[in-house]
Structure formats: C-alpha cells, structure tokens
Design a protein around this ligand. Sequence first.
Ligand code: IPE
Ligand code: IPE
Ligand code: MG
Length: 232
Amino acid sequence: MDRLPQHVSIIMDGNGRWAKARGQERVFGHRNGVLSVRAVTEACVEDGIRYLSLYAFSEENWNRPKEEVNTLMQLMGKAISDEFENMVRNRIRLMVLGNRSRLDPMLNDTLAHIEETTASNDKLTMIVFLSYSGKWDILQAAKKMAASLSAEEIEELDISGFDRFLVTAGIPDPDLIIRTSGEQRISNYLLWQGAYSEFYFTPVMWPDFRKPEFRQAIKAYMERDRRYGKVK
Ligand code: IPE
Ligand code: IPE
Ligand code: MG
C-alpha cells in the first residue's frame, strides 16, 4: 500500500470523438464524461487516494466554438453543484484552480461557496483545473513573486520557494498523470509540477474510463520504478 500514489491527475480527453462515433453531438460526450468523473472520484475515496486532479478546461479551450464553450461551462457548473452534497457526505474538499478571472462571475461565486464549505474536508482533495495552462501558471507565479519579494529575496529563492507562488501551492506534485483517448502529449498541463510524474496513456475515451480502467492505471503505476535521476 505504500506504493499507492498520493496524487493522481487526469487529462480527461476524447469526449468529442466518443460522441461522434455514436453519431451524436460533442456535448453528448461531455455529459457522459461527467459520469466518469463521478466513478473515478468514488474509486479514489474507496482506495484511499488523497488527491485527485482533473484537467477539465484549458486556456486554449477558450478558442473552441462559443457554443461548445458555453455548454461546457454550464455543464461543469451543474456537475460540480450536483456533487456538492456528495462532497460533504464523503469529506471531499473541492479546489478549482486556473485563471478564474476568465470565468463567469456567477460560476465563480458558486465555486467559491463550495470551496469554502468543503475547505476543512480531509478524506480526498479534488482539484478541478479550469481555464488552466501550465505556462499561464508559471507566468502568474513569476509576476506574484516579483510583486511580493525584494531583489535580494528573489536572488535567494529556491525551487520550493517558487512552488508557493503557483496555483497548486501546498498540493503535492502529481505522482501519476493519466491521459485518455490515445493522445500522447501534455497539452500545456502541469509543466512545472509534472517534472517527475509517471505518465499513463490509454486509448480508452474519457466517457468509457470508469473504475476498472482507473484501477488498471493505478496498478501499472505501482509497478513503476521511480528513480528521480538517481542510481538504484
Ligand atoms: C475532452 O474531450 C474535454 C475537454 C477538452 C474540455 P474533447 O472535447 O477534447 O474531445 P476530443 O478530444 O475532441 O475527442
Ligand atoms: C486537453 O485536451 C485539455 C483538457 C482535457 C481539458 P485537448 O483536447 O484540449 O488537447 P489537444 O488540443 O488535443 O492537445
Ligand atoms: Mg481533446
């Protein structure tokens, strides 16, 4: 059990293709993807995984057709609100990280309320990356650092000192990053935090990724040999 990952992160990809293969609109895939989020969250609670993070919407995803962006935002607001009771019951803490200034004010209020209410929950921390990109995160961290530290303090700053300016401050780096749908790229996700993450790629589309697929990924992770550049 000591090999169980502390933090599992998922690039949830393939909703559109999953829907298209069924002759449906892309939104049909997004809706079914919500059920996978629920399944994977349950598996984390059952198996004792402490952090689950999900790449739900990238900064680049704003460039999709307006209609898809609107539907996605509505769907995410609803999905998160619908899970609120469940989060309270299962002691799940919600954190939403990303460029919050780009989100609709109403959505921001709803999310802020859920984040505050669940802030002391300690069973599982569920992090939803919304309007997030790795380069954006590093840039906003650099700006925050420059605004809050003197030149001498910046000179003395080390890696963990810089960590605290990232939106993920206080959250352990992901042990495992899963990407569904067969794509094998990072798509501007956790560029800094994923420096030593293990990667798991699967051809399974996100709406089909449920508890058995998740547990298979965890099993594969537990068989990996993490060396961090050292000799073992
Ligand atoms: C993932 O599925 C969901 C988001 C990126 C918001 P996609 O919408 O990217 O689906 P594909 O990759 O086009 O199939
Ligand atoms: C990555 O998926 C972003 C999310 C899953 C939220 P994309 O579908 O946007 O990535 P690309 O465009 O295939 O790299
Ligand atoms: Mg995609």
